[in-house]
Design a protein around this ligand. Sequence first.
Ligand SMILES: Cc1ncc(COP(=O)(O)O)c(C=O)c1O
Length: 421
Amino acid sequence: MSKSKSGLSQRSGWAADQPIGFLMHKALAHPELVSLAAGFVDQASLPSEATRSAAASLLADGERARAALQYGTTNGDPMLRRQILERLAAADGGSGALDEERVVLTPGSNQMLYLLAETLLDPGDIVLCDAPSYFVFMGIVKNMGAQARGVATDEQGMRMDALEAELEDRAAAGELGRVKAIYVVSYFDNPRSVSLAAERRGRLVELAKRYSREHPLYVIEDAAYRELRYAGDDEKSVLAHDIDGQHVIYAGTFSKSFSPGVRVGYGILPKSLLDPLLAIKGNLDFGSPHFSQRLISEVLRLSLYDPHVELLRDVYQRKQTAMLRALDLHLGQKGLARYLRPHGGLYVWVELVQDIDTGQHGKLFPLAVEEGVLYVPGAYFFCDVQSAPRSCMRLSFGVQSEERVEAGIAKLARAIERAVV
Ligand SMILES: Cc1ncc(COP(=O)(O)O)c(C=O)c1O
């Protein structure tokens, strides 16, 4: 067996070189830059009042307070798991194959994504992802020594013809046994704020079932941004199409819709995955912070949650409008860029009309820093960075005020104009 000289595990090597590291570094070293890169949520609207009321109520009774301050169970607080299911059933128009036993609480949904990868993946395995997709998840897959492969998307999310072709190709190559999951961010995804079309959701489940020839092929539905909708009606989840409850895992979170600092997320799993995933979670933390779970449960019980989500929708819609207006003025009307006009989420995806490399070592990035603005190069969101499109970027309007969003876009436009000549 070969031993590395560093004494570090192979897994730690697979986890290294996160593309986002240099951006964090830049933002910390230059706090004066307007960061349209950070995926953080709006600071001013964080629910300090609602959290104070819920915490006071939770702590008012000694017995309830002490229960919340004790360890919880590995799968999480039963009351919050019930509340989550009730809300999901209301959003999806029925509870189908759902029951409370299928819900596992985690500190943010990212841990759920990590646990799923630990539970499903061996080195050499494959996960099919949107191209582009959430790069932290792609990093997790890589961390397991597995491979994330991109499937073509359009403005309606993952293309089902492309997914089917990819599954056929893997089957023809004798690799279907290595394809363990299909990962989609089904509502207002990261990085494009694109949602998977309603008519593709059932088809996705159908394909997962059809290609479960060697083992169950799971769909990981990441619904992190579901509640950040600013126009149109909510769609049924992919999970709602999984009638027998055997193929779809639904990952949700209170980070975007309430507070990422409280760190409560969850997964709804097929029963076959519960024991293996909980065994791993048992080794990791034998239960996520119980106090946070009880706090979110209290926020829901006291009806403090929905008014907050309403407020957030208003705040983000205004910021999104400010970003799109500034993009129209500085880039769109000058024919320099194309961008999507999403109905929710925290991001706008921009494609430059000219072929300008937006990457860290390209022409634009240093000019943008000189002008005083940061963005995330689009190539980072593709499984294969080498063959990714070069002239796109993700802009986030989550953190900055409307004025700073507008100022940031003006700076970005100046950098693009300088890069074009
Ligand atoms: C698509 C997506 N999924 C999951 C997460 C994880 O969020 P959390 O762990 O805070 O729930 C994020 C965070 O940015 C995200 O963008």
